[in-house]
Design a protein around this ligand. Structure first.
Ligand code: HEM
Length: 150
């Protein structure tokens, strides 16, 4: 796990880990528990489909083609939640605060990001405990990236 943002505790945080030693050897990651690649593709697709319809928000982005940004967010989430580590292989340490320093993340940008992410998280129709864990992370991460009073 290599992020400067709050870290999840794979397998522990929901209290669902089996007590048997053989089962404890390889606790399923959150990534696997919520459905792996397909789930995260849907999350990021729903989010970016909404972002792309909001010209005020896309004005924050340096590139007109949001395809690469969509892919970077997917890779980041997959890695963060215990899936493939492609993000760090391609991009190095996430250093999200540093990477967002070039963009004005004021309360409006943060709340707009969260508004679309809320729709994306709900679209997954996860069991409530998983949804709460995912949403709590998004909320804290977005608040941690604020870099302008607006
Ligand atoms: C709070 C409001 C946010 C705004 C306005 C924002 C905006 C942006 C923008 C404009 C980019 C550049 C797009 C690109 O070319 O990759 C970006 C990249 C990225 N953002 Fe955000 N972001 C926000 C929150 C978040 C949060 C909460 C996360 C993660 C939990 C996140 C993860 C990322 C990642 C992984 C990248 C790609 C970094 C890279 O490898 O270059 N962002 N964001």
């Amino acid at each position: 796990m290599s992020s400067d943002l709050p870290q999840p505790k794979p397998g522990l945080s929901l209290g669902l880990q089996a007590k048997r030693p053989e089962a404890q050897a390889a606790p399923a990651s959150f990534y696997d528990q919520v459905g792996g690649h397909e789930t995260f593709v849907k999350l990021v697709d729903v989010f970016y489909d909404l972002v792309e319809q909001d010209p005020d928000f896309t004005a924050l982005y340096p590139e007109e083609d949001l395809g690469p940004a969509r892919r970077r967010l997917l890779m980041f989430f997959e890695q963060y939640w215990g899936g493939p580590k492609t993000y760090s292989e391609e991009r190095g340490h996430p250093r999200l605060r540093m990477r967002h320093a070039a963009f004005t993340v004021d309360p409006w940008a943060r709340d707009t990001w969260l508004k679309y992410m809320r729709v994306a998280v709900e679209s997954l129709e996860l069991p409530p405990l998983y949804e709460a864990e995912l949403w709590d992370y998004m909320d804290r991460a977005a608040h941690s990236l604020l870099n302008s009073p607006g």
